[in-house]
Design a protein around this ligand. Sequence first.
Ligand code: MN
Length: 263
Amino acid sequence: MANLLDKYQKMRDFGSTPEPSGKSLDRKSKELIFVVQKHQASQLHYDFRLELEGVLKSWAVPKGPSYDPGTKRLAMMTEDHPYDYAGFEGVIPEGNYGAGNVIIWDNGTWEYTGPDQDPVTSVRKGNLKFVLHGRKLFGEWALVRIARGSPKGNEWLLIKHRDRYANDTLDVTVEAPLSIISGRSVESVSGKKQWKSDRMATAGRKAPTIASALAAKRAGKRDKGQASTRKRASGKKAAAKKRTGSGKVAGSGKKGRTPSKKR
Ligand code: MN
C-alpha cells in the first residue's frame, strides 16, 4: 500500500529542517482536526490543512480564507502532510523546501457535510463541503476543484458558504493576523522554540473569538468597523461568563472548564 507521506518525506531532509517527519502518528483528538498555517516562504501564503486518512490534506491559499461568499480564494493542492504538522510553528531554515517562517494562524476541528457519503470520495471528486470549528474560522465552507485550466489538476477554490458567519466587509487575515498559539506575527516567530501538537484543537467550540465578533456584527450591525482586539477580548470574557456562570475567561485551556465540575 502506498504511503501517503512518500512525497512529503522525499521533499525534505529531516536532519536539516525542524518539521515533523511523520514517522510516528500521535493523535490527540477524537474529532478530525484542521489547521491553517501562515507561511512566509518566497511568497506569503496560508496552508490550509484538513485531517483525513490519517494525514493532513493540504492546500496553499495565497490570499488566505475570506468570509465573503463572493470572494473565492485560489487554493493549490499540495502534498499530504503528517498529522503532527498541525503542531508545527517555527522557522524552516534556508536551503530547505519551503524555507521561511510558519505560524499556526488557526486550528480546531472540522466536520464533513457532503455532498457524497464520505470525505475521501469528495476530495477525489474535487468537491468537499465542511464545517469548521476554529478560533478564527467558523461555519460552512467548501473546497472545489477547478475543472479546467490547470494542467496538474491541483487548482481548487476555497469558498465561504452563506451562513450566519458570512461577512463581506471584514477581512479575517487583516483583523486577526497573529499566531493563536504564541501570539506572534509570522515576521517575528522564533526558530528556537518549537510548539507541541498537544496544544491544538483544544479550544475549538469553547473559545468564541473572531467568529463571534463576525456573527455579532452581522446580526446586530453594531460597532461598525471597530472590531478591535480589545472588543474581541471583552466579548470573549462576556461569552465565557454567560456560559460558565463563573466569570472565568474561556480560551485559557483546560482550566476554564473546571467550574462545570461543581454541578
Ligand atoms: Mn507552505
